[in-house]
Design a protein around this ligand. Sequence first.
Ligand SMILES: [Zn+2]
Ligand SMILES: [Zn+2]
Length: 431
Amino acid sequence: MFGIIVYMREAKMQYAWIDGSMRAVRAAPEIAELGRAVHTYLANTRSARHPVEVGEDLRQLRHLQDLLELDFSRRAAEYAATDQAEREGSATVQDWIRHECRMSATAADAAVCAGQQAANLHLSERAVDRGDIGFGHFVLMARTARALADSPSGQPFDEAPLLRQAIAHSVGRFRHDCAHARHAADAKGVLAEHVADVEARYLELRSGEGGAWFLRGFLDSVGGATLRTALEPLARFSGADDTRSRSRRLADALVELSAHALDTGAIPSTHSVRTHLQLTACAETLAGTPGAPAGGLEHAGPIPAATVQRLACDAGITRVLLDAKQAPLDVSRERRLPGVSTRRALQARDRGCVWPGCERPVSWTSAHHIVHWAHGGKTELNNLVLICHRHHWMVHEGGWQLARTQDGTVIKLPPAPDRQPTARAPDGAAA
Ligand SMILES: [Zn+2]
Ligand SMILES: [Zn+2]
């Protein structure tokens, strides 16, 4: 029994008061012997092996590692039964293992749980011994046993039927088997956990430098699956020239989904006014005149003229004339949206985004003015094309140009070298 009070470190040796005398802390002799065997094994020159033999080496090595994992977990449970970790200043045994054994929090908890449940898992221990299941299976089994034991509504854990599934299935599939078994034995407990996860949902939107936003959050399994299912189809590569990373495509998909919900009026209205982005800009900004101030967008702050032009490209515009003291003189509605018949003809002609290779359907596009109406372009069929959110962005902010050839085909022209977009890392200081 340890009765430690003081620790001293000298070279790598630890000393502690053990049963009344100061002694060097050493690993058990059998572990020292194992260490020598491992070092001899690692020092041996490896002979050339046929790939089939390498496969067998991997199987055997993994089995030995599984046996050691199981032994580690038994010792972890033995340690957890004492208050030694707390005496050494750790909040929990898992925390002590995480730090002292250089493991992840999940792996440390898996070890303690597997060791503590081993008494209820004799059949599974023997299955690991024989190599019928891996330590990964054993941990899932232990977690299921622990969840049922800890739940006031849980039925007693039944090892045998679950072990049969563990022997037959991969660790990934066995995770689902365990979830089903747990639900069958404790539907109330599983529901309570799900409800707790939904209650724990959160989404933080924090503003950073230059009007940018940082997102952080947590979603329960169903909420997360709903978001993922909605984003995945929008986050696919669009066209052969799409070089965006997966995370960039998911972020673009989230913005596009939100814009689409606003454009289609799917967001509940407030005071009978459809929820929309409030954009303000002077005529010079809209026309892209050099020296003009930036535009203004609610929740974003100042935004570039190119963005003003995109947002105004297919939008109902309210013109507000201001006097010298910025007081409104006159408010009038301007018609920049294609009329019903023009839009129908446009939809029938373009049948979706016109960007070569893009497959966004009509309902996910806007009408882009090839010559912007702020530059005198007409809101007529021959000056309009349907374009999706991303490609509309590439035209206005990204510097690409769309042109229609004599035969009506739409071609895209890349931006001049000085307009190639450059990615910047989010500002860490504002994170
Ligand atoms: Zn446009
Ligand atoms: Zn497109």
